[in-house]
Design a protein around this ligand. Structure first.
Ligand code: UDP
Ligand code: MG
Length: 136
């Protein structure tokens, strides 16, 4: 089914720091994902821990939360046909080394932890993640 949906995207500290925000936003726009909302914020480690709660049992959880709260990030609501899937496709694989050519992580990712962007992985999680950053 091709339906219009929303997803949450985050430009992570490594990409904000390297002034890649406009370049990444242009990739979304060129690929028919409309940026409905966008804000630059700096979250606390506790907020990062809450956001990434699904990963709390993973060995990388503590570093991940420290990293996401280490500097400014840009959080966005993207909207378009199959936005969750389309955004994941534009992002590329979690590890930039494994990402396809011309994906955001292949172009800009530094390493598996500093991989420049986050994107919701399902419609249900997209709703929760949008709520987390934009509805309070
Ligand atoms: N991550 C990491 N080490 C790993 C796996 C993941 O540092 O071995 C980080 C990475 O930044 C990733 C995030 O944890 O983006 C969330 O992991 P997930 O498996 O959900 O990957 P994603 O959905 O971001 O592709
Ligand atoms: Mg994920």
């Amino acid at each position: 089914m091709n339906s219009v949906q929303q997803t949450l995207s985050i430009i992570k500290p490594d990409a904000v720091e390297r002034n890649l925000v406009e370049k990444i936003k242009n990739i979304f726009k060129k690929n028919k994902l409309i940026i409905k909302e966008s804000k630059k914020i700096h979250i606390t480690k506790d907020e990062a821990a809450e956001f990434y709660k699904v990963h709390q049992s993973k060995p990388f959880y503590n570093d991940l939360c420290a990293y996401l709260s280490s500097g400014p990030i840009v959080v966005m609501i993207l909207e378009g046909v199959n936005a969750v899937f389309e955004n994941r496709k534009l992002m590329g694989a979690t590890n930039p080394k494994d990402a396809d050519e011309n994906t955001i992580r292949k172009l800009y990712g530094i390493s598996i932890d500093k991989n420049s962007v986050h994107g919701s992985d399902s419609g249900e999680n997209a709703k929760k993640e949008i709520e987390f950053f934009f509805k309070n």
